[in-house]
Design a protein. Structure first.
Length: 293
């Protein structure tokens, strides 16, 4: 559902197997996305659905987004994934490794985590490592200007609201799609200023990103070379990407989930925590820290 300006195609090797990976944005055009899903069905080994999630999380519970499920049901042969397993199992390990193996420690640090129900694993890991986390779910997804001060309160709200929220359309869920992925409109600036680290999906981070981010650390994954240059201009101190980079691009979790589905020839629902962690270990998957200023 994202902007076609962010399209990218690369050839890569995973565990000795050659892969052709292509990111194709439909500029928020749901009809075009549906047509593309029909066209690709049976012609590719996996489809990673981007610009929308299949699932949102609260603790161990996951909630299916009805509008996204309609897209996922279109292909009859090729499995469709959204990156849920990478977010749930691998990203928390990357956060732990960042805290353990780099100077970017979390204990006592202030973190703006833009959407906890999108990346619950990251949220939980940072909280357990002693970070003081503000959750931006209401602000960034629903445009309700109320920060959530703890993961406990976030879970209470999520369990109450997600069964209703997941019935909404993709547009109503507030995630940037199409051309909106290429622009930001400054809002909630005081929370960006408050934070030492800003974490989560890059499109949500960018959605209200202020011009001055002097000294901040961004923890995310889906970035392009142009995004990195933009963060450098805004005086971001360091960028941490939690997924492998190819030709200067850190692809989304949905792409990496698709790679694992293709390698193991399993449906995403059949993949286990061990499958994901074994995959990450074999790839020597580590958080990538890039000092920008």
């Amino acid at each position: 559902m994202g902007s076609s300006l962010r399209n990218k195609a690369v050839q890569a090797q995973f565990l000795g197997q050659p892969f052709s990976i292509e990111r194709i944005g439909t500029d928020g055009d749901s009809a075009r996305l549906k047509a593309l899903l029909r066209e690709l069905d049976g012609k590719v080994d996996a489809i990673g659905l981007g610009g929308t999630n299949l699932y949102l999380s609260a603790g161990d519970r996951r909630y299916l987004i009805r509008a996204s499920a309609e897209y996922a049901r279109i292909p009859k042969i090729t499995p469709v994934t959204d990156g849920y397993g990478i977010k749930r199992y691998v990203e928390p390990e990357m956060i732990k490794q960042m805290d353990r193996d780099t100077p970017l420690k979390l204990n006592g640090r202030k973190v703006l985590h833009v959407c906890g129900v999108d990346r619950w694993g990251m949220a939980e890991a940072m909280t357990r490592l002693g970070a003081k986390v503000i959750f931006g779910d209401l602000m960034f997804a629903l445009e309700v200007p109320i920060p959530i001060p703890s993961i406990r309160i976030l879970k209470i709200l999520a369990v109450s609201l997600l069964p209703i929220i997941t019935l909404a359309s993709t547009e109503q869920l507030g995630y940037p799609t199409g051309a909106s992925q290429e622009r930001s409109r400054t809002k909630y600036e005081k929370y960006y200023r408050w934070a030492d680290y800003i974490s989560g999906d890059f499109h949500f981070i960018r959605k209200h990103m202020p011009q001055d981010l002097t000294g901040k650390v961004i923890i995310t994954n889906t970035v392009t070379e142009e995004d990195v240059k933009e963060l450098q201009k805004r005086r971001v101190r360091a960028l941490v990407t939690l997924s492998p980079r190819f030709e200067g691009r850190a692809f989304g979790t949905n792409v990496l989930d698709g790679v694992l589905v293709a390698l193991l020839k399993k449906h995403p629902d059949e993949l286990t925590r061990s499958d994901y962690l074994d995959f990450a270990e074999k790839l020597n998957w580590r958080p990538h820290v890039e000092v920008l200023n």
